[in-house]
Ligand binder design. Structure first.
Ligand code: SF4
Length: 428
């Protein structure tokens, strides 16, 4: 059996450099290989000719696509090409957007089934039951011969993450002659799941899914492999909140010491302590991104992030003093945010002792609680899924602002952040 796994480019003409490993399909690739299938990946092509070239050289029995909100048109178009060339091929979609909107996705006759949430277990079942025999696959969403969309009951996740087969990194990091993918950093996930319920989180299918972590041995095996096989000198931990399992982090830091590797991660200030930060800094941590959301307590509640802003300020300052590049990220124009709150949030951010402050316009994504709040006031500036998350593209204008006025305020906030970075003493 031949499996082709694809991460289609965003549809709105926005082509980011594909240098970040698509961990979703990487884990599916591992499961496919473990089942004895021949697996190929198609990662980072952005012209139709490139897609056609690739499909001509690969005749898949199953084609799996990773969806985001803004690559759906590309996914549908690639699925159509696959069905046109190989009518017997099974097309499967997974990823955030397909997981949140499986029924909508299956309106396209080019898509045979959707696997929601963490897909490895269900994909394994799909392979076991014979591709196309969806009725027997627990947890899959599919369309029967009469066109009825059916959500099969059952379906689960790998309870012990170490039972997941190892990611076949060489499959992704090889250099393609036509489009070399620079191998700059290794990408790793240490755990799955999140205990929080942020109102802006598009990963709502995670609700009720247990939080699990890899063992220290497994994480370190992966890192050592990446270092020895590819000569990587930098690791990006791609967990939403790397410090969720402090003991695992302490273990990783202990092992990384002396390995001459730089690394970065994303963390929440709530789980960070000075003791942990010190261990991280000593072990080679170059950068920590703290997604704070807002500098206004009311909006912290609305986002359901509930960061203690005073603690956040203290801990970010402590981490900065350890020599780590601290990045504090904020969203402005959060639904219901007033102009006074916008200024309060900017003031709070600029008062932080962080190396970098990032301001972006808030993006209430379909399927989130924040999206429903946004619909009660303000104005959406996008028409289709394709328009989301392109650089410079504003999604939403909160009530009480004119568009030009908001863009100017956001521009000045960003300029102030750049000035603060260059001349930190100006902002104290
Ligand atoms: S921290 Fe919030 S946004 Fe991030 S995964 Fe968890 S619930 Fe979603």
């Amino acid at each position: 059996m031949k499996i082709l796994l694809i991460t289609p480019q965003p549809s709105g003409g926005f082509s980011p450099p594909f240098t970040v490993l698509p961990l979703g399909i990487a884990c599916i690739a591992a499961v496919g290989r473990q089942a004895g299938a021949e697996v190929d990946v198609f990662w980072g092509a952005d012209t139709e000719a490139e897609v056609d070239d690739y499909l001509n050289s690969c005749k898949p029995d199953i084609a799996g696509m990773q969806t985001f909100i803004n690559n759906m048109s590309s996914c549908f178009s690639i699925a159509e090409r696959i069905k046109g060339k190989y009518p017997g091929a099974i097309t499967v979609m997974g990823g955030v957007q397909a997981s949140n909107f499986p029924e909508e996705v299956l309106q396209s006759k080019m898509i045979d089934c959707v696997i929601t949430g963490e897909g490895e277990w269900t994909f394994q079942e799909l392979l076991k039951n014979g591709a196309g025999n969806f009725r027997k696959v627990p947890g899959v969403v599919w369309r029967d011969a009469g066109g009825k969309i059916i959500r099969n009951p059952g379906g689960t996740v790998f309870e012990n993450l170490d039972d997941l087969p190892l990611i076949p990194y060489p499959l992704f990091y090889r250099q393609k002659e036509s489009r070399p993918i620079p191998l700059v950093r290794g990408h790793i996930l240490t755990h799955r799941g999140c205990p929080r319920h942020c109102s802006h989180c598009p990963l709502r299918f995670r609700a009720g899914v247990p939080i699990r972590a890899h063992s220290l041995a497994r994480v370190m095996d992966t890192i050592r492999n990446l270092q020895s096989e590819f000569g990587l000198s930098f690791i990006e931990f791609y967990d939403e909140n790397f410090t969720l399992h402090p003991d695992l982090v302490r273990g990783i830091c202990g092992e990384l010491k002396g390995m001459n590797l730089g690394w970065s991660c994303t963390a929440r200030t709530g789980e960070m302590t000075e003791e942990l930060a010190e261990k991280m800094a000593i072990s080679g941590c170059h950068e920590i991104i703290f997604g704070l959301g807002s500098g206004v307590p009311r909006l912290q509640k609305l986002l359901n992030t509930n960061e203690d802003l005073q603690h956040a300020s203290r801990i970010i300052s402590a981490v900065t003093k350890l020599g780590v590049n601290t990045v504090a990220a904020f969203a402005l124009g959060i639904p219901t945010e007033t102009q006074r709150e916008f200024r309060e949030s900017v003031r709070f951010a600029l008062g932080l002792n962080a190396r970098q402050i990032r301001f972006e316009a808030a993006s209430p994504l379909p399927g989130t609680i924040l999206y429903d709040i946004a619909k009660t006031g303000g104005r959406f500036l996008v028409r289709s899924w394709d328009d989301y998350i392109s650089p410079g593209q504003m999604i939403y204008l909160p009530a009480g602002w004119r568009l030009g006025e908001f863009k100017r305020a956001l521009f000045f906030a960003k300029v102030s952040a750049r000035i603060k970075r260059s001349f930190p003493k100006i902002f104290g």
